[in-house]
Design a protein around this ligand. Structure first.
Ligand code: ADP
Ligand code: ZN
Ligand code: ZN
Length: 733
């Protein structure tokens, strides 16, 4: 019998696969791509995945070891998925083993055998159904449970009891003891009673639905470009319904922040489908279950954040990625993949359509439309009779501001509240103020570990660095001149909250930022409060800009956008325009017209004027023309080598050696910019530099990196520093 070897992906930072011998007495036919194995690795035992079975190896018999165990009898991952993970490893120049580690849930990758947990379903027995409410009047809790189950008319899982504030388990147990309730273990929970909406899709929605539906079973990328409130979610729902009816699965990807129970419920209520959710807030077991259910076809919809893009699908039908412009789809550390680009690649592998939805398309996607690679679907109008908001600038030059609020804005807030409507104020920074300064000598509170100022958090009387997380008590006296005249400079959400409380003592002011929403259900409580209606003010960071639907908000104020107009990052204007458009989209989503007021000291700024007078689409067209002229992405292709170390000299020594490598390779197709210090040179005690590679086409970039990176990996100086490569970086920090 001819010898064969197993090529195995192992979770290590090394850019290679490892060859192993099969188990003794096993046959070649026992093995297939996509099975998990346990292997001796150094002194450890690790889990790995078989990538290939070959008859050649470069290792000698002495170097080769057999695997310790074969974990799966059949392939856990299908060929298409293994091929996708290989492609991402190649494209992002990231070790294949780490790609698998990212793609598989922790429980699966640690070698557990994948079993779908059963759900307990409860239903009323014949004797339970024969009861009447009056029979239970001495035990009101049993009566409440009986009513819920009697209305459901189907076996229910414990989600039906999720809103009950008392312990429903004990009374349910008594009811089971009496034989009124029976339970069974099932693979799938029962479905919600679905709701049919009281409207039909409008012409633009219908056209979008029909165009995508014509592509079922064919790879095609659609850009669903629709202003906020134009009914994109409705288009998704209709497409998903068609998919489910055809027995296909749908993968839906969302930015981290919008994944509230609200949205999941909206989907569940509309779709008679098994829906599972996956995001970073879940525990390992929940994530593994969602993954398995989709892979095995027990669930037909997965609603997830970035990393869900790797979840295998049994009967793939459609991929939807909402808010495609959102940078949270790009992982910013470790394996720096773009979930948007991976989603497109997956759709191509599966030969299915993918829909990217947004009100503010990324320049990359618009470029792809121009090139004919994506199909553009337009939803130009808001539904439900809502009109576009009226956006105006407030010129703050030489104006007296009351704690950063201008007179016209305060007036507009007052008028809105008097009409019993709601206001959103957008502030770019959480905390009270970004700087603490000494009035007599000019000292400012700096972070010792970063090139950055400490942000004042007044409620807890702390100075906190938003870059490294260091915090300490706010001093009462200046550390330099000992005077007690320290004052806050600039604005943060807490400061605006305080000012508004002083101005409008009877109006609830709700703050939404990363500090106020740390508790798990905090965001949900705020949303519920807003939906109760009545005059309210919401103060928040860009968390407010994402996805939420607040029907009573008719005024949006933006307080501190000026800094974004003058950033050194060429992407800042794109982000700024998206942010303004998204925040503005929160105003007047239903019958009540919306107004947006933007405070600025630069009312002549071309970006603001283009955006306000001509809209996002026009801004994007101009910005693309500029990018083309400046040979920037999406016209050219970048890769960023980031380096950092505690000792600046180690970074510079390493970079000198990298430069020697680059000049010896000497490829005229690759432009090299730098090395330069990162925009924030020192962060968390480490010095940071970067080197940018730029090419006119994708291919030479990859060929070049395939030569360069293995050599970089071998440099001696590399041991003293940390480095990473970022393909298609979305920020230069
Ligand atoms: P988007 O996702 O583009 O922000 P949504 O799909 O959330 O928009 O729609 C906004 C609101 O309009 C929702 O309350 C939705 O139920 C409603 N809606 C959607 N399509 C229509 C339609 N064709 N006619 C009337 N109302 C609609
Ligand atoms: Zn001082
Ligand atoms: Zn810091």
């Amino acid at each position: 019998m001819s010898k064969f070897y197993l090529n195995i992906a192992v979770d290590t930072p090394l850019h290679r696969v490892f060859d192993y011998l099969p188990l003794e007495q096993s046959k070649r036919s026992d093995y297939t791509t996509g099975q998990r194995v346990i292997i001796p690795f150094g002194r450890q035992q690790k889990t790995g995945v078989i990538l290939n079975i070959t008859s050649k190896t470069e290792l000698t018999d002495k170097q080769l070891k057999p695997i310790s165990e074969l974990l799966d009898q059949t392939a856990l991952l299908c060929e298409q998925d293994v091929a996708l993970y290989k492609w991402t490893s190649d494209y992002y120049h990231h070790p294949i083993g780490e790609v698998f580690a990212q793609a598989l849930p922790k429980q699966i990758r640690s070698g557990k055998s994948p079993v779908i947990e059963l759900t307990t379903l409860y239903s009323l027995s014949d004797s339970g159904l024969a009861l009447e409410l009056g029979d239970l009047k001495r035990s009101p809790r049993q009566a409440a449970l009986w009513q819920l189950m009697n209305t459901a008319k189907a076996p229910v899982d414990n989600e039906l009891f999720a809103d009950i504030e008392w312990d429903w388990r004990a009374p349910l147990k008594s009811m089971m003891a009496k034989g009124w309730v029976t339970s069974s273990q099932e693979q799938t929970p029962s479905l919600y009673q679905t709701i049919t909406p009281g409207f039909k899709p409008n012409a633009a929605q219908q056209a979008a639905i029909d165009t995508v539906a014509a592509s079922f079973g064919i790879f095609n990328t659609f850009l669903l470009d629709g202003v906020t409130g134009s009914g994109k979610t409705e288009v998704y729902l209709q497409l998903i319904q068609q998919m489910i009816a055809a027995g296909k699965q749908v993968l839906i990807l969302l930015p981290e922040i919008t994944l509230t129970p609200q949205l999941a419920n909206r989907f569940k209520q509309r779709l008679a489908a098994q829906l599972v959710i996956s995001h970073s807030g879940l525990n390992d077991s929940q994530r593994a279950q969602a993954w398995l259910r989709l892979k095995e076809g027990v669930a037909n919809i997965l609603l997830g954040t970035r990393s869900a893009v790797f979840t295998p699908m049994k009967t793939p039908g459609l991929i939807i990625l909402d808010e495609e412009h959102d940078t949270s789809f790009k992982q910013q550390e470790g394996f720096r993949y773009s979930a948007r680009d991976v989603a497109i690649m997956r759709a191509r592998n599966y030969n299915i359509p993918v829909v990217l939805g947004t009100a503010t398309p990324s320049l990359e996607s618009l470029h792809n439309v121009q090139q004919g690679r994506f199909t553009h679907l337009d939803l130009p109008e808001r539904t439900a009779g809502a009109s576009h908001p009226d956006i105006r600038l407030i010129d703050c030059r030489n104006q007296r501001l009351d704690n950063h609020l201008s007179k016209p804005l305060l007036k507009a807030i007052t008028a809105t509240l008097e009409r019993n409507e709601q206001v959103i104020l957008f502030v770019n920074r959480r905390g009270f103020a970004p700087v603490l300064m000494c009035h007599s000598c000019g000292w400012v509170g700096q972070c010792q570990r970063c090139d950055s100022r400490m942000v004042i958090h007044k409620h807890i009387n702390l100075l906190r660095c938003h870059h490294c997380g260091v915090e300490h008590r706010a001093p009462t006296h200046c550390p330099d001149c000992q005077q007690a005249e320290l004052f806050p400079l600039g604005l943060g959400t807490q400061r605006i909250e305080e000012t508004l409380n002083a101005h409008f003592p009877d109006i609830p002011v709700l703050r939404i930022d990363r500090d106020s929403t740390q508790r798990k259900d905090a965001m949900q409580l705020v949303i519920e409060k807003v939906h109760e209606g009545g005059a309210q003010i919401l103060v928040g960071t860009q968390m407010l800009a994402k996805g939420h639907h607040f029907p009573d908000v008719t005024l949006v104020g933006m307080l501190d956008i000026d800094a974004g107009l003058f950033s050194c990052d060429y992407r800042a204007s794109e982000r700024m325009s998206q942010l303004i458009t998204q925040v503005a989209g929160r105003a007047g989503r239903e019958e009540k017209p919306g107004r947006v007021l933007i405070q600025t000291h630069h009312p002549e700024h071309p970006l603001l004027n283009t955006l306000i007078q001509r809209g996002y689409a026009h801004f994007a067209k101009e910005a693309l023309a500029e990018r083309q002229q400046a040979q920037l992405p999406p016209y050219h292709f970048q890769a960023l080598l980031r380096v950092n170390a505690i000792n600046e000299r180690d970074v510079l020594n390493f970079l000198r050696e990298v430069q020697q490598l680059t000049s010896s390779i000497n490829n005229p197709k690759v432009n090299i910019l730098g090395p330069v210090p990162a925009p924030m040179l020192k962060r968390a005690g480490r010095f940071r530099y970067q080197l940018l590679f730029e090419t006119a086409e994708r291919k030479p970039r990859h060929q070049y990196l395939r030569t360069l990176l293995p050599a970089v990996e071998k440099l001696k100086t590399a041991r003293k520093i940390r480095w990473s490569i970022d393909i298609d970086p979305v920020d230069l920090y």
